[in-house]
Each structure stands twice: as structure tokens, then as C-alpha cells.
Design a binder for this molecule. Structure first.
Ligand code: UD1
Length: 366
């Protein structure tokens, strides 16, 4: 008897977690009927389609088409649509990844139908309950029947929340599988050259968290920092739609896009973005995934947040938390070569998808 498995993807950071698992599970067709579900949380070509193409993902089998909205609208919209999809074609298991609104929405809809829920990238905690993603992480992990973690800190967080060890499997970091899967395309992409930049002679910035971009005073201070930093070393800044909307809404867009040394570009595809990161002297970010990718590559990462749900990137890797006050000193350190290079954490080895398939087979008994 075949077991049917839904793989859910929704937003930009999900695609590089789903892709290696999709490719690994596709080879298990003796026992697994695989269906890709796209909730539509991210819908722009450069926030979604470009990632499917880069990561060799097929057109999703099911499109929920939910789109943007308030948190409740988006979460409830995904729940309603995914429940209908499950009633029309009931999977045995659903795999949700990461911490976006669609992750918790699909986990809850499936769990109420007594469908097995597996959470990939379980156990990460920033400890900051004001982050929408932290609420999504805690709720998804409470619902999940099978929790796949990337690092020992995640196992410890789950134990502290009373989740039985029998449900937890440490599988490592799936993002590294994606990176290694398309490494040669990344190395061949020559994105920096296309922007007139020399490897090692520029920085990459990404900022989109509500805590950085939703409050006009913080956003204004950040734009000041970016203008000063770009006057020292060119910066490439692929701007997220949320950030662009806030910059335009607060009348900061024109001044920032005209700043000397600052290249504001559209959100990049996965391969284009990683090609920029590969050659960066440092990266300034508030993304979760970028903290991990830079740790893997040993590139100085300055994270503009007061907490991280990925502490191993600070304790073992090349990541450091910074503030608007401290960031310029940290950039000086990064550029002077006095930055910790760190080491690659255990099980961040490009073989996470294989371990996940083994864990799923063991749980299902095939
Ligand atoms: C979401 C995730 C966040 C993740 C981020 C990466 C949640 C709670 N947050 O935040 O964890 O780091 O994605 O991108 O799920 N928009 C577009 N085009 C798109 C997608 C969004 O224009 O393709 C606009 C929306 O209309 C909205 C804004 O961007 O105005 C925010 O989108 P949304 O998906 O709600 O949250 P993100 O801020 O992207």
C-alpha cells in the first residue's frame, strides 16, 4: 500500500527547505505518493516562481491561492483552503517547514483531521514571543507528531516544552542540501560581475522583519546606517516587497535609492542571491536562513536583531547580533579581517533529506 504525503510550501524561505526533500521523496515512489501544495502566501514571480525554477521544483499539484492579508486572514484562509484539499484527497502525512503563517495553518487543519503532521526545522526558538514566527514555531511544534530538528539547541527547546523524545529526530540543516544541490549554478551565475562588483569588494543587505521596517523611526535610522556603510564599500540590497512598501510609505525610498554606493535591486532568485552572498565581504540581515548560509560559508554575518532562533550560528558560526548603534563598529571588524570564521555545525552536511526520508520510513513502517 502506498502512503500519500503532502509537502507544503508557502513563502520564500520555504522553497529551499522543501526542494531537497521533494527530490529525495520522489525517488521513494515504491511506497510514497507525493503531492506538493503551494498555499500562495508568496505569489510574486521573484518571491516564488524563480525559486521553483532554481531548485528544480515542479509546478505544485495543488495551489491554494491564499495570498496576503492580516495574520488572521492569511492563517484562516490557508486553514480553510487546506482543509478542503485534504477532504478532497486525504494524505496520510503532511510535511510543513519553517515558521511562516502557512506552516501553522496547514499543521492545525491537518491535525484536526487526524492526519500525521511532520515539522521540518522544528525546535528553533528566539524566546521573543512578539515575533509572529515564534508563535508559529511554538504552535506548530505542539501539534506535530514528528519533529525534525537541525541542531542540539532545538532538541533542548522541545524537551523543555514537554515534547516526548520519541517524536524528535535530529536530521541536520536541510538548507545546506539545497545549497550543495545547485552549488555549480551558484558559482557560475556571476551575479556580482553583472552588477559591476568584484568578489570580496561589496556587502549584501537584506531587511524585512516587522521589528526593523514597520516602525518609521527605526527604519529612518537604518537607512542612515546603510547610506554611511555604502559610502565606504558598495552594498547590494535586494528589497523585499514589505520593506519597499514601508520605505515608499514613509517617503524614504527616493533618497535611499539615490545613495552613492547603494545598489537597490528587486528580490533575487535563490541562485542569484546565493551568488551575491558567495562573494560578499559581509552580510547585514534580519533573515533566519541567511544566518545559516553565511555560517556554512564562513562569511561574516551581522544580524540586525536582538535575538536569534538560530543561536548555533553565533556560538559556532560566523554570525553576530548587532544593533543600529553597534553595527558600524562590527562592520569595521569584519572588514579588518578580525571576525570569527567559526565552524560548520554537525549535520549541516548536505545529507539532511536522506535522514528525513529514513526517519519518515521508520515512523510509517515501510
Ligand atoms: C513572511 C514570513 C517571514 C519570512 C518572510 C520571507 C510570516 C508570519 N512571515 O513574511 O517569516 O521571513 O515571509 O519573505 O509568515 N508581498 C508581495 N509579494 C509576495 C509576497 C508578499 O508583494 O510575493 C507583500 C504582501 O502583500 C505584504 C508583504 O509583502 O504586503 C508581506 O508579506 P507576508 O507574506 O504577509 O509576510 P512577509 O513579511 O513576507
Amino acid at each position: 500500500m502506498k502512503h500519500s504525503v503532502d509537502l507544503v510550501m508557502a513563502a520564500r524561505p520555504n522553497f529551499m527547505k522543501v526542494a531537497p526533500l521533494y527530490h529525495a521523496l520522489s525517488r521513494e515512489n515504491a511506497w510514497c505518493n507525493l503531492r506538493i501544495v503551494h498555499t500562495g502566501q508568496h505569489y510574486d514571480a521573484n518571491m516564488s516562481h524563480a525559486f521553483l525554477r532554481d531548485l528544480k521544483l515542479p509546478e505544485p499539484h495543488v495551489h491554494l491561492g491564499v495570498g496576503s492579508g492580516t495574520h488572521a486572514e492569511q492563517t484562516a484562509g490557508v486553514m480553510l483552503a487546506y482543509e478542503r484539499a485534504c477532504l478532497a484527497h486525504r494524505p496520510d502525512w503532511v510535511v510543513v517547514v519553517g515558521d511562516v503563517n502557512s506552516t501553522v495553518a496547514c499543521a492545525l487543519a491537518a491535525s484536526k483531521l487526524d492526519i500525521g503532521v511532520a515539522h521540518l526545522e522544528a525546535g528553533l526558538r528566539s524566546g521573543d514571543r512578539t515575533m509572529p514566527e515564534e508563535k508559529n514555531r511554538v504552535l506548530t511544534d505542539a501539534l506535530a507528531d514528528l519533529l525534525w530538528t537541525p541542531s542540539p539547541d532545538a532538541d533542548a527547546n522541545l524537551a523543555r516544552e514537554g515534547i516526548p523524545a520519541s517524536r524528535i529526530a535530529r536530521v541536520g540543516n536541510i538548507m545546506i542540501d539545497s545549497l550543495e544541490m545547485v552549488r555549480s549554478s551558484i558559482e557560475g551565475a556571476a551575479k556580482p560581475a553583472a552588477l559591476g562588483l568584484q568578489p570580496g569588494q561589496y556587502a549584501v543587505v537584506t531587511l524585512h522583519r516587522p521589528s526593523n521596517v514597520d516602525e518609521p523611526n527605526m527604519l529612518s535610522r537604518l537607512t542612515g546606517v546603510l547610506r554611511r556603510l555604502a559610502s565606504r564599500l558598495p552594498i547590494v540590497f535586494p528589497v523585499h516587497p514589505r520593506t519597499r512598501a514601508r520605505l515608499e510609505g514613509n517617503g524614504m525610498w527616493n533618497e535611499l535609492s539615490a545613495a552613492p554606493g547603494l545598489k537597490i535591486v528587486e528580490p533575487e532568485s535563490y541562485i542569484g542571491f546565493m551568488s551575491l552572498v558567495f562573494g560578499a565581504a559581509y552580510v547585514l540581515t534580519d533573515s533566519g536562513g541567511v544566518q545559516e548560509e553565511t555560517t556554512y560559508l564562513g562569511i561574516p554575518c551581522l544580524t540586525m536583531r536582538s535575538t536569534t532562533e538560530r543561536p548555533i550560528t553565533v556560538t559556532e558560526g560566523s554570525n553576530r547580533l548587532v544593533t543600529v548603534e553597534s553595527v558600524e563598529d562590527s562592520v569595521n571588524e569584519a572588514l579588518s579581517g578580525r571576525w570569527q570564521r567559526g565552524r560548520v555545525p554537525d549535520l549541516w552536511d548536505g545529507r539532511a533529506a536522506k535522514r528525513i526520508v529514513n526517519s519518515l520510513r521508520e515512523t510509517i513502517g515501510v
